[in-house]
Write a protein that binds this ligand. Structure first.
Ligand code: 5CA
Ligand code: ZN
Length: 416
């Protein structure tokens, strides 16, 4: 799939700091340890509605990972998928009597625009499930051949399922116990009660064609892929086993990331699939997780286009979403945006001065906080402190505004 346009990332003088991130599997903050090329897979959208602030917050968190690795001199091989065929997309298209392909293309195009407006660096590989069907079916056939996948006992629709307990590593990503897994499996797209499965937790790999549903011919028979195997295969075929970061929102911890890892581990006999599993907290509105199914959404595109003054500045949106820590579930309110808008104006005004207080320490603090599990609240306070001092007019360092501008651009992605 076509990806989106990058923005330039300025080099920042001074000493970079290696990035440490919380890993859901080991439940601790650990250093990331990429080779020359850092590798990251982040789960992409299911394009049946526009990008909301929850999506934006999650992609923004991984954009900071990307930027900190760049600051450390790594190249970054970033892969993201688009779940451009799945039940929620087909259901929405049916509800609106629209073509699911057109719906997916439209919402993906809007997502690209939103990502560009927010200055989120694009993935190198942006891959749709549909274009990946041949590589996915190849893997499913191998899983069947090795005995870890099976056909449901159903003469009409012998769908393919994965034996959830096929490897000794199952559960090591989420650390959830079985009752929790069962609850989440039922809530998040699983089919625990499907007759013909060997175990309620076994996830779908290949759904045989039903009347009126899109399907692809393959050695498995006509059908379409399940959700977890899609990400498993797209990541594995581009990044290999043991890539640096698998990312997404915390609603993907189970079953999605557990099974994405499990499929790849069963296929290769190697562990781990990813060296860090990194999860962003949920953005809520009116006390509930912002979600397409609940409909309590604030759209990035709507905010950009809104208002008498020609819409919200995407940099204010970016700052607003960075004002909370990425792992914290947090509420979106108009106050969060108002505070960020004022903060952005203060930062910009301070930088219009020809000189300011020395910024070397501020940049070092920015790096220290961001490399410590992306502590954006502290990073923003460091910039605030410089801006306050600049406001006194006593600073005489003519290089300081330029240095700070470059650091805020490169590390926080905010153009001042
Ligand atoms: N296509 C799958 C992943 S393969 C999917 O989950 N798509 S999605 O459109 O539902 O979500 C896209 C990303 O946004 C996921 O990482 C998800 O965890 C994240 N996300 C969804 N809602 C929120 C929210 N309210 N707050 C933060 N992140 C969210
Ligand atoms: Zn995914």
């Amino acid at each position: 799939m076509q990806t989106w346009q990058p923005v330039p990332v300025p080099a920042v003088p001074g000493t970079p700091r290696p990035l440490r991130l919380y890993d859901t599997a080991s439940q601790e903050i650990r250093p990331t340890a990429p080779g020359r090329t850092a590798t990251m897979y982040v789960c992409g959208i299911t394009p049946y509605d526009a990008t909301h602030l929850g999506h934006a917050a999650t992609y923004l968190a991984f954009d900071l990972v990307h930027r900190l690795w760049l600051d450390n001199g790594h190249e970054v091989h970033y892969v993201q998928n688009v779940t451009d065929v799945d039940d929620p997309l087909l259901e929405r298209a049916a509800r609106d009597q629209s073509d699911w392909v057109v719906l997916a293309m439209r919402e993906t195009a809007l997502f690209r625009e939103d990502m560009e407006a927010l200055r989120i660096l694009p993935p190198r590989d942006y891959i749709g499930a549909v274009e990946a069907v041949p590589e996915i079916t190849e893997v499913i056939a191998k899983l069947i051949a090795s005995g870890v996948a099976y056909r449901a006992a159903d003469d009409t629709y012998p769908d393919v399922y994965y034996d959830h307990a096929a490897t000794q590593w199952f559960g090591s990503e989420s650390n959830y116990d079985e009752p929790t897994m069962r609850t989440l499996f039922a809530e998040r797209g699983g089919d625990p009660d499907r007759p013909g499965k060997r175990h309620p937790l076994d996830p779908l790999l290949w759904r045989m064609a039903r009347p009126g549903e899109p399907s692809w011919d393959s050695e498995l028979g006509p059908g379409r892929p399940g959700w977890h195997v899609e990400c498993s295969v797209i990541a594995l075929n581009r990044l290999g086993m043991g890539f640096d970061v698998q990312g997404g929102g915390s609603d993907l911890i189970f079953p999605h990331h557990e099974f994405s890892a499990a499929h790849a581990e069963a296929l290769t006999g190697q562990h781990p699939f990813a060296r860090h599993y990194v999860h962003a907290g949920m953005i809520g509105l009116h006390g509930e997780k912002m979600s397409k199914s609940r409909g309590n959404l604030v759209f990035v595109s709507k905010l950009r286009g809104d208002g008498e003054c020609g819409g919200v500045d995407p940099m204010a949106l970016r700052l607003a979403l960075l004002s909370g820590h990425y792992r914290t579930d947090r509420e979106w309110t108009p106050d969060v945006l108002a505070a960020a808008t004022a903060q952005l104006a203060a930062w910009r005004s301070a930088l219009t001065r020809p000189a300011g207080p020395p910024a070397t320490d501020t940049v070092a603090r920015l790096r220290t906080h961001l490399s410590d599990d992306l502590d954006t609240p502290k990073a923003l306070l460091a910039v605030d402190a410089w801006v306050r001092e600049a406001g006194t007019g006593r600073g005489r360092d003519a290089d300081a505004p330029g240095l700070l501008r470059a650091a805020v651009d490169a590390l926080l992605g905010i153009e001042l």
